[in-house]
Design a binder for this molecule. Structure first.
Ligand code: PLP
Length: 330
């Protein structure tokens, strides 16, 4: 399978490794778990947003944009990686962060500060309000002769999701060379672009691997709609002849945690410790830790066929660890 026929700018270190997690598999029993190391994509400490940005920023460059505007939560990996990509490409960038400006900058905020990011804080309850602010900001910039380009939260639109169509193709080609049949692909779902791209990629590659999303934010009914809509947008951009309906999407929403999005959960923290202790691989408290908690629980409940091969997409997010988890020395 060759690459996608869309403009793309090289930002990431690809391909990322596909590694067996033998210790974890042995401990859980019944299944074989592999890690797709998208935490190692580069761009100021890696993560899944890099692949999306290769397509989104290629489009921005094609449109001769000179300033990128994007948005995310206070500990957004997406805003941190967008900032790194823009620094690399020499584009101006404005980060519109949803939440109160904290007294101290840790995790992703610290990295953004180091990159001298233009960070603007909006203490509002929804991204719709930030969208309205972004429209105003774009008008202001245009009046000054600038050419702004807006990337929505998580880069989760059809074009961004193409990064994960490409990831699926990369994954199958690696698996083929390892003689590995992929039965399931498990990933954290935050805004849906990653899942949407994977769903499209699996079908383009004509495989029957099942994509299993673990929500860290919304109810599954919401994500089934979002993911199928984003997937359909990618399909039209790629000119493919496919249809992905909400009912074709598998999402679990039982692992969001007691305190909701952006707050560590008890099960998630246990999964982080378990993975670190058995594999020496570090997950994060907002996304991959909760996704792993879901994977472990679903293995225990017998959701996966016995003996099946499961790919866990490690989507990154490690900087948030340093803002959220504190351990005592004893
Ligand atoms: C954004 C993000 C996700 C979720 O990806 P979506 O495409 O937004 O669903 C998962 N893990 C990490 C670390 C992320 O930053």
């Amino acid at each position: 399978m060759t690459g996608l026929n869309l403009p793309r700018v090289k930002l990431c270190q690809l391909p990322t490794d596909l590694d067996p997690a033998s210790n974890l598999s042995k401990k859980l029993g019944d299944v074989n778990i592999y890690f797709k190391r998208d935490d190692n994509t580069g761009l100021a400490i890696g993560g899944n947003k890099g692949r999306k940005l290769e397509f989104l920023l290629a489009n921005a460059l094609k449109k001769e944009a000179d300033v990128i505007i994007t948005t995310g939560s206070i500990q957004s990996n997406h805003t941190r990686m967008t900032c790194a990509a823009c620094r690399k490409l020499g584009l101006d960038v404005i980060l519109m962060l949803k939440g109160k400006k904290p007294a101290q900058f840790q995790g992703n905020l610290l990295l953004e500060k180091l990159m001298n990011a233009d960070m603007r804080f909006f203490d509002v309850s929804s991204y719709n309000e930030i969208g309205a602010e972004a429209d105003r900001l774009m008008e202001e910039l245009r009046a000054k002769g600038k050419n702004p380009y807006f990337i929505p939260v998580g880069g989760s639109i059809g074009l961004g999701a193409c990064g994960y169509v490409d990831c699926a193709l990369e994954l199958f080609s690696q698996a083929d060379s390892q003689n590995l049949r992929i039965d399931y692909i498990v990933n954290a779902v935050g805004s849906g672009g990653t899942s949407a791209g994977l769903e499209v990629g699996v079908r383009l590659a004509k495989r029957d691997a099942k994509v299993v999303g673990i929500s860290v934010d919304s109810e599954k009914s919401v994500f089934k709609q979002d993911i199928s809509r984003i997937a359909q947008d990618s399909i039209s951009l790629l000119g493919a002849d496919l249809e992905i309906l909400p009912d074709d999407i598998t999402v679990f929403d039982e692992y969001i945690g007691e305190s909701g999005y952006g707050k560590p959960s008890r099960q998630g923290v246990e999964a982080i410790k378990f993975t670190a202790e058995t594999e020496g691989i570090i997950l994060d408290p907002v996304y991959s830790g909760k996704a792993m908690a879901g994977l472990i629980d679903l293995v225990k409940k017998g959701f996966f066929k016995k003996g099946s091969n499961i790919i866990f997409i490690h989507t990154g997010g490690t900087p948030a660890l340093f803002d959220m988890l504190v351990e005592n020395s004893d």
